[in-house]
Design a protein around this ligand. Structure first.
Ligand code: ATP
Ligand code: MG
Length: 431
């Protein structure tokens, strides 16, 4: 019978890959906690209307990328394509936004029916951050210094750059949209197919078209910055001063718009030149209108989401995965012969108690000396602990270095933990 395979664009993350995932996730978690952000966990499935009403009916996501289905009650449900909408829904539903500020984050899989390619999948993972109740631009700046700190912690500072823009209020965008459509309508024959379609549905998205001909047309098009309201302009220039003062470098990209309808004022992207077309590793902005749009009170809000697959791809491409993120065990405890099994089990336990940050694997399943040592080697362990009848008789073990030519030594069982502590050096739990 043919074997059943995973769904195209939905990846298994295998044991060899999880250490680098854990490295990234742990680093992000640590940085977010340094700033006092709280984690929130939302369901993966929401009412379809939540996404239609927030992301916007004529966006790429809602038009063609959502996994939508009727459940057994006939309700239309959707696998979340992003986290902001669900986060706002949850925060509102549980009164988290009432007369208070919030700094929240979440992580998990997102689903979009896109054409799978490098850095673009149908199930992918984001870490999202959402801040509520703060007008900014100080909180906008905080999100950007936080992400800059994260790139430093991941060793990616040299490989990411920040682009920012202001897209103003919805009134300003409405006026600009008219001017842009009026201008581009004169060049319909020169527009690429996507842009022609967007001319009717979502003309601002034409600004970030990758098509060279369209980009050429845009050089003489009306400019969004000339339509911005004073408040948005002030907000943006204050944000720039804050970033300058904090030493966070950026470029203003006047054509940066986001693919989701709910953004206004500040928008930003962290991009890399090392991943080809899928170069945006983190994207976000301000969305002061969304909470009200979803039925809540007007609430200031700003946030971002980063794509974990792209960050990991970037670390791997640049060979920046730290050696410690390999998942190898430190010590492999063997048991030669049946009589050695119970004491080996006890020895493993006592080592785990004495060295809580060390990874200690106990051999299971018996076998010859040779086959046990082969497994010890494959585990990646730095040391094998050899426990057989001779060692049992003298309450000792053989301690064999597996990654150097140093000779095996006999160590009294009572002293083993102390000797290993010296040899292994400082270890951090959850490396
Ligand atoms: P793109 O322009 O690359 O399609 P987007 O504007 O659709 O990105 P957002 O909705 O802002 O992306 O999502 C934030 C981040 O999530 C992106 O910058 C990217 O790192 C990641 N991301 C988005 N879609 C995918 C996907 N299909 N596969 C992998 N990562 C993704
Ligand atoms: Mg997209």
């Amino acid at each position: 019978m043919a074997k059943i395979q995973a769904i195209r664009g939905m990846n298994d993350i295998l044991p060899e890959q999880t250490p680098v995932w854990q490295f990234v996730e742990d680093t992000v978690r640590r940085v977010l906690s340094q700033y006092g952000y709280q984690e929130i966990r939302m369901p993966v499935v929401e009412q379809t209307d939540l996404f239609k009403r927030s992301i916007g009916e004529v966006t790429d996501i809602v038009e063609k990328e959502m996994y939508t289905f009727d459940d057994r009650n006939g309700d239309s449900l959707t696998l979340r394509p992003e986290g902001t909408a669900g986060c706002v829904r949850a925060a509102e539903e549980h009164g988290l936004l009432f007369n208070q500020t919030r700094r929240l984050w979440y992580t998990g899989p997102m689903f979009r029916h896109e054409r799978p390619q490098k850095g673009r999948y149908r199930q992918f993972h984001q870490i999202g951050v959402e801040c509520f109740g703060m007008n900014g631009p100080d909180i906008d700046a905080e999100l950007l210094v936080l992400t800059a700190r994260l790139w430093r912690a991941l060793g990616l500072s040299e490989h990411t750059r920040l682009e920012i823009n202001s897209i103003g209020t919805s009134a300003a965008r409405r006026e600009y949209r008219q001017a842009l459509v009026a201008y581009l309508s004169g060049y319909r024959d020169q527009l690429d197919e996507d842009s022609l379609r967007r001319l009717e549905s979502n003309p601002l998205r034409i600004l970030d078209s990758k098509h060279p001909g369209t980009q050429q047309l845009l050089t003489d098009a009306p400019r969004l910055e000339n339509y911005l309201d004073q408040e948005s302009l002030d907000h943006f220039s204050e944000l720039r001063s804050l970033l300058d003062a904090a030493g966070v470098g950026y470029t203003v990209n006047p054509r940066l718009v986001r693919g989701l309808d709910y953004y206004g004022k500040t928008v930003f992207e962290w991009v890399t030149d090392s991943l080809g077309a899928q170069g945006t590793v983190c994207a976000g902005g301000r969305y002061d209108g969304l909470v009200e749009q979803l039925g809540g009170k007007p609430t200031y809000a700003v946030g971002f989401a980063m794509g974990l697959e792209r960050l990991i791809l970037l670390l791997e491409t640049l060979d920046l995965v730290p050696a410690s993120a390999n998942g190898d065990v430190d010590v492999y405890v063997t048991a030669m012969g049946d009589s050695a099994v119970p004491p080996a089990l006890a020895l493993g336990e006592s080592l785990r108690t004495a060295l809580p940050a060390a990874r200690i694997m106990s051999h299971c399943g018996g076998g010859s000396f040779k086959s046990q040592m082969k497994k010890a080697d494959r585990s990646g362990a730095r040391y094998a602990v050899i426990l057989g009848e001779n060692e049992l008789a003298t309450a000792s073990v053989g301690l064999k270095p597996l990654r150097s030519d140093e000779p095996q030594q006999d160590v009294a069982q009572a002293e083993l933990a102390g000797v290993l502590k010296e040899l292994l050096g400082p270890l951090t739990a959850g490396r």
